[in-house]
Design a protein around this ligand. Structure first.
Ligand code: MN
Length: 231
């Protein structure tokens, strides 16, 4: 049977050293995974279990893009994050199984309509309008896990127009990468194509049209985004 209208291909993210790209099927995002960021958001970290929200894979944007300032917000925020790329089916996994299912890591930006997220939070409503924003999941090329050092003292940082706004270390992650993959695998059949954004450190803030965002993690390809005029 043919389709009624053209269906877009899965968005993809390049992989360093590979001719083939990584197709993005799902994007899971961890909330509150750095204590200093939770504090700046006026909340405490729930240390019993991580929590998640999602973005549609169609919200994927490539590093280096210029995206229009999105509609419906007056407080559009950057969040610099370590991204996990799943490389094998993983379901109800223990920590060791979860770790070997990680294909690679990348730098990502979880762009957020903060005013809408906080309004939803205050009313105990879902965060979709704040988080599932068009072109809001910005991914740098993926580095294979074997080519990345053990997660620890790597610096994770973000600049706006060259000025440092976020500056932390991956060892500050409250939920470690294998803990996140293991926990999430008790709710989903994780599979290749699933990306997990692991949360942002302190220092989030607003951007305006014309701003240039750059972000990096030691040992990974950097991510960049330019904010264009509102449509
Ligand atoms: Mn985030």
């Amino acid at each position: 049977m043919t389709n009624l209208f053209p269906s877009p291909a899965w968005p993809t993210v390049p992989v360093l050293g590979e001719a083939a790209a990584y197709p993005v099927h799902r994007i899971f995002c961890v909330g509150r995974n750095y204590a200093a960021h939770a504090a700046e958001m006026g909340v405490e970290v729930d240390r019993e279990a991580p929590f998640y929200f999602t973005k549609s894979a169609l919200m994927t944007e490539q590093t280096g893009a210029t995206v229009p300032y999105p509609p419906g917000t007056e407080n559009f925020h950057y969040e610099m994050e370590l991204v996990i790329a799943i490389g094998a089916p993983v379901f109800k996994a223990d920590l060791e199984t979860a770790k070997v299912a990680i294909y690679g890591y990348g730098c990502g930006l979880d762009m957020t309509r903060r005013d809408l997220q906080l309004a939803a939070r205050a009313k105990q409503r879902p965060w979709d309008l704040g988080k599932d924003v068009e072109q809001s999941a910005v991914f740098a090329p993926i580095t294979k896990a074997a080519d990345f050092a053990a997660i620890g003292p790597q610096r994770i940082h973000l600049e706006v127009n060259g000025e440092v706004r976020q500056d932390a270390k991956l060892e500050d992650l409250i939920w470690k990468v294998e803990e996140i993959v293991s926990h999430l695998s008790h709710y989903y059949h994780l599979a290749p194509g699933d990306l997990i954004m692991t949360g942002t450190p302190a220092g989030v803030g607003a951007v305006v049209a014309g701003d240039v965002i750059t972000g990096g993690i030691d040992g990974l390809a950097p991510v960049a985004l330019t904010i264009g005029a509102a449509e």
